[in-house]
Write a protein that binds this ligand. Structure first.
Ligand SMILES: [Zn+2]
Length: 136
């Protein structure tokens, strides 16, 4: 997955998709829930599927959310992906500030240091964020 992930929320997680958009995720929403239609959209867009359907998840991969409740689904996604362009720490919810690249050298994996120029640090717990934090 690259550092600017794009998603499709299918008909099982339409509300989740709308929430994720508000949070800044790049999300397309389809109201379809059948394999042919959703599959076609995934192939055509190259996006990652987010679904509550185990069947679609098994066929198409992506992210399977387990909860029936939207806010819990949002938590599931955030715990997996982090918040895009977030200004709040996902660990302690404190404000993030941009920090000097040199100051994070010992705090992030070397490849992250080499491939990113902008970092943010939590003002409270010191956790370091960069574009694509938590995305593997
Ligand atoms: Zn923090």
């Amino acid at each position: 997955m690259n550092s600017n992930p794009k998603f499709v929320c299918d008909g099982t997680v339409v509300k989740l998709g709308k929430r994720l958009r508000i949070l800044g995720y790049d999300v397309e929403i389809t109201y379809k829930t059948d394999l042919p239609n959703v599959s076609e959209m995934i192939v055509a867009t190259g996006r990652t599927l987010i679904t509550k359907s185990i069947t679609l998840h098994k066929q198409l991969g992506g992210i399977h959310v387990k909860s029936d409740r939207v806010m819990e689904q949002v938590e599931e996604i955030i715990s997996k992906l982090g918040v895009p362009g977030s200004t709040r720490c996902s660990r302690c919810n404190s404000e993030l500030v941009e920090c000097d690249k040199d100051s994070v050298k010992d705090k992030v994996p070397i490849y992250v240091f080499q491939t990113n120029d902008k970092f943010k640090c939590c003002t409270k717990c010191g956790k370091v964020y960069w574009k694509g934090t938590h995305i593997k």
